[in-house]
Design a protein around this ligand. Structure first.
Ligand SMILES: [Zn+2]
Ligand SMILES: [Zn+2]
Length: 262
């Protein structure tokens, strides 16, 4: 079985057919789903999905693109929900910064501030972190280390194959591998994959985004984790069943509250 450790089932693109999506995931052996917090206005929908479906869990947090909407009081209302198992997705994303130097500085400062708030929150709640890093590896690593994020650990979701992040494996960090691994231009990730300790590998879709080959261009969905698992199995020359059991074990190690229920 597979756990999709990062799937935005609360996205508008699933509103009409989420039941079908979940049915196909079940047929593909996906045993559980984690919905990361991204845009706070979707949080209520994430909670509804969790309450309707035994095998869906969620996390409270704010994506770096939504940093200006960070409201800890609001997030805390959901923190004690029995299916809230992590904090995030939080982190730094410098991919789309404004051109204006002053504005750029403000955006970066805000992202950093809100990232740090969420690390502190995770430590207070004793929940692991779901971390989003894009074009911001060194700043992100520096913050994770400086604020002692290893105390709760977490996943570097959609791992960007940056070698400087590999040492975070020793700080209780896991590496989320998704559809990007199946892309023709994923050379870097293909090279770095064998250097990730096997006990730190996780599978995710980041659906509806980053649809794996051969479905690129379509909306992504949790059933497609099978393409990612197969690709990891081929590249590492480890049987598929073993990849599934290793990554499921790892997900339960990190998201400790899953261990009691799965
Ligand atoms: Zn992300
Ligand atoms: Zn995401």
């Amino acid at each position: 079985m597979i756990i999709d450790t990062h799937v935005h089932l609360d996205d508008d693109r699933y509103i009409d057919d989420v039941e079908d999506v979940l049915e196909r995931a079940k047929s593909a052996n996906v045993a559980a789903h984690i919905i990361p917090g991204a845009d706070p206005k979707h949080l209520q929908r994430a909670v509804e999905l969790c309450e309707k479906n035994e095998n869906i869990y969620f996390s409270i947090g704010v994506h770096p693109y939504d940093a200006q909407n960070y409201d800890e009081e609001y997030l805390l209302q959901f923190a004690t929900h029995e299916k809230c198992i992590a904090v995030g997705e939080c982190g730094l994303d410098y991919f789309r910064l404004p051109d204006d130097e002053v504005e750029k500085k403000d955006v970066v400062a805000k992202q950093k501030e809100v990232f740090i708030f969420q690390i502190e929150l995770a430590k207070r709640l004793k929940k692991p972190l779901i971390v989003h890093i894009r074009d911001a590896s060194s700043d992100s690593k520096e913050i994770l280390l400086r604020y002692g994020a290893g105390e709760v650990g977490g996943v570097l979701h959609c791992f960007n194959a940056d070698e400087q992040l590999l040492s975070l494996a020793e700080e209780n960090f896991y590496f989320g591998i998704g559809g990007v691994l199946t892309f023709k231009n994923a050379r870097k990730l293909v090279q770095v994959l064998p250097r990730i300790p096997k006990n730190k590998l996780l599978i995710e879709t980041d659906a509806p985004y980053l649809t794996p080959h051969p479905h690129r261009g379509d909306r992504n969905e949790p059933a497609y984790t099978t393409f990612v698992a197969k690709k990891i199995s081929d590249l590492l020359e480890v049987p598929l069943e073993e990849i599934e059991s290793i990554t499921t074990f790892n997900a339960k190690e990190l998201f400790r509250e899953l261990k009691e229920v799965l």
